[in-house]
Design a protein around this ligand. Sequence first.
Ligand SMILES: *Cc1c(COP(=O)(O)O)cnc(C)c1O
Length: 378
Amino acid sequence: MAKENGEESIETLSVHAGREVEESTGAIKSPINLSTTFERAEDGSYPKGYIYSRNNNPNRESLEKCITFLERGEKCAAFSSGSAAAMAVFQSLSPGDHIICPEDMYHGIRNQINDIMKRWNLEVSYVDFTDIEKVKEEIHENTELIWMETPSNPLLKITDIKKTAKMAKEHEIISACDNTWSTPIIQRPLELGCDLVVYSTTKYFGGHSDAVGGAVVANKNVDLFDEIRNIQVEGGACPSPFDCWLISRGIRTLSLRMKKHSRNAMEIAEFLQGHPDVERVYYPGLKSHPRHEIAKKQMDSFSGMLSFQVKGGKDKAFDVASNVEIFTRATSLGSVESLIEHRSSIEGEKSQTPENLLRLSVGIEDADDLIDDLRDAL
Ligand SMILES: *Cc1c(COP(=O)(O)O)cnc(C)c1O
């Protein structure tokens, strides 16, 4: 297939991109290549291009190529987790640089910035990205990065990616988007002008709750990527060949899964919105979502993540979570099975999440079964 130009649709690319038939055997599934080191030729060169597995290996290279194609980016670096991917972006900046982050964002990355990167002297402002003027007001002389996360975790806030990336560009600031909740099947931040896209591939890419990984994808002519690659190789937070293989396998069904996740979540959001014991539903696919129009502009569907607040406070929220039978009580997201989570208690003391909020990662089960489960639990 014409893998060179990446003109194929994303459904075709997710099945084929970056994957070759294995030459020595004709195997159509790539083997898991566990070798940590690769033979040099007599003249000292590396005839196959591989030196040592931390620098690069066939499984990682295949995964990176695949994600690059899906994102229509230029380069990708795969990491051992989404957290390591994010950290590589922050470490590519210099001490004293300033970054702007959304006030509602994945708590693990916020903790990483506050606990680790502040000691590296990275300055940070947390702003409500739904008001672009507020983001603009926070731009200082030393601002080097604007970090988006949309839809955000756990309040499903929507950032206008195109506008924010444009503003960043005008100020010569790097823009990055954590696109974990959407994947390129639904939302492609590079096409909307972002410089970098960051993923926890643990979630929808892997899709089966059995591999941890991350990735950073760069748009064309983003010089900072060289530094990120350097951090991947020299810092060594690399994914194992097996994890790359699992995530690559997950991606083959990504487009099908995202459609089903989105359809199920939409039905569940509508059901919850009409339920008398539900105070509020957060799902960008609902017309009642304050930023539905922007979401519709930049997303092809609305993914499988939603949150809702129950009437009756924390105890009622715990009751609901303890009553479900098909949903599993667990953190994480993006897998084929549906998960329910009382979010503020997993986020810990510093959580700003309402205590009556439950977050759902809607899986690919039958939507009616999931709705029945929630109806009974409520
Ligand atoms: C899970 C998650 C991360 C962190 O990824 P890990 O693979 O768990 O390190 C980052 N951002 C978002 C939005 C996430 O959901």
